[in-house]
Write a protein that binds this ligand. Sequence first.
Ligand code: COA
Length: 326
Amino acid sequence: MKFVKIAGLGKYLPSKRLLNSDLEKMVDTSDEWIIARTGIEERRIAEKGVGASGLAYKASQIALERAGIDPQDLDLIIVATITPDTQFPSTACYLQDYLKAKKAVCFDMSAACAGFVYALVNAWQLIRGGLYKNALVVGSEVLSTITDWEDRSTCVLFGDGAGAAVLTESTEPGFLSAYLGSDGSQTDILNMPGGGSRNPISSEVIDNRMNYMKMKGNEIFKIAVRIMVQAANKALVKANLDKSSIDMLIPHQANQRIISAVAKRLSIPKDKIYLNIARYGNMSSASSAVALCEAWEDKKIHKDSIVVLDAFGGGLVWGSCVIKWV
Ligand SMILES: CC(C)(COP(=O)(O)OP(=O)(O)OC[C@H]1O[C@@H](n2cnc3c(N)ncnc32)[C@H](O)[C@@H]1OP(=O)(O)O)[C@@H](O)C(=O)NCCC(=O)NCCS
C-alpha cells in the first residue's frame, strides 16, 4: 500500500459580497439575529451563469501550481458538489476540459456538506491502492442558485465558493485514517425536493418553491453536534491518536454555535479550530476545502501537524479524516 499526502491547496471565492445588512432588505431578519444565531457576517455570491466548474477551475489552478503538478499528469478528478453545472455531464468533466487534464478519470461526489471529506477519502484510497498517482479533489458550490431568497430561515446561511486539494503518492503518511457515516432515514430534514427524477422541473415544482433547499434547522443542529464529535473521535481512534494530539481542527462551517459545541465536547482550544464562517457562511462541500486551504495559508498548519477534518450534511452524511502534514 502507498502513502498519500496533500501536495497543494487552492481556493476561490467570488468577489461579490452579500452582507447581513443586504439581507435585512430582502427578508424579515437582522444583522444581530444572524450573528448571534449563526456567527455569519457575510457570504460570497457567484456571477450569474458561472457554474460550480468555473469556481472549481480557479481554485484548482492555484492548488496545482502550489503542488508543482501539471494538469496533464492528473490521473483522477473528483468534484464534490450539490450544485453541479448540469445534471450530467459531471462538473468534474467540465473541469477536466478547462484544465486540459486529458488522462484524468473524472466524476462528481454527492455527499452534500461532507462531500469534500468523502471525496478526499475516495482519492486517498484510490492512490493508496496503486490505481492512480495524482488526484485533484475539489469542493465547489454555487448554493445561491438553490437558495430560497424569500425564506429567512435558510437564506441567511449559505454562500458560494470553491476549494481544491492535490493528492499525490508520498514517502511517508500523510493520510492516517478516516471515518465516514450515513443515515438515509433522515433524508427529510435537509433536502431539495424538486429538480430530480422524482419531481422533475415543472411549473408546479417552481410554484411550490421545491427547487430550493429545505431544512429543519433545529433538528439538524442537535444531530450535527453529536455526529461530528463521534466522527472525529472514531477517526482519531483509527489513527491511534487522542483528541489532545489535534493541532488543527477543520470543522464544516455550518453554524458557529455548532462548532463551539463540538470544540467544547472534544476539549479543543479556540486557537486549534479554523473558522471562516463569519466571512463566507456555509458553502457546503466547499466549506471544509476553503477552510483547510486558508488554515494552511495562515500558517496554522506546519510540517507534522495533525489536521482533523470533520463534516456533516444532508443525507444525512458525515465524515472525519486525520492527516499528518508532510
Ligand atoms: C437555522 C438556525 C440558525 C436557526 O437557529 P435557531 O436558534 O435554531 O432558531 P429557530 O429555528 O429555533 O428559530 C427561532 C426563531 O427565529 C426565527 N427566525 C428564523 N430565521 C430567522 C432569521 N433569519 N431572522 C430572524 N428570525 C429568524 C424563527 O422564525 C423563530 O421564531 P419564533 O420563535 O417566533 O417561531 C439553526 O437551527 C441552525 O444553524 N441549524 C443547523 C443548520 C445547518 O447546519 N444546516 C446545514 C447543515 S450542513
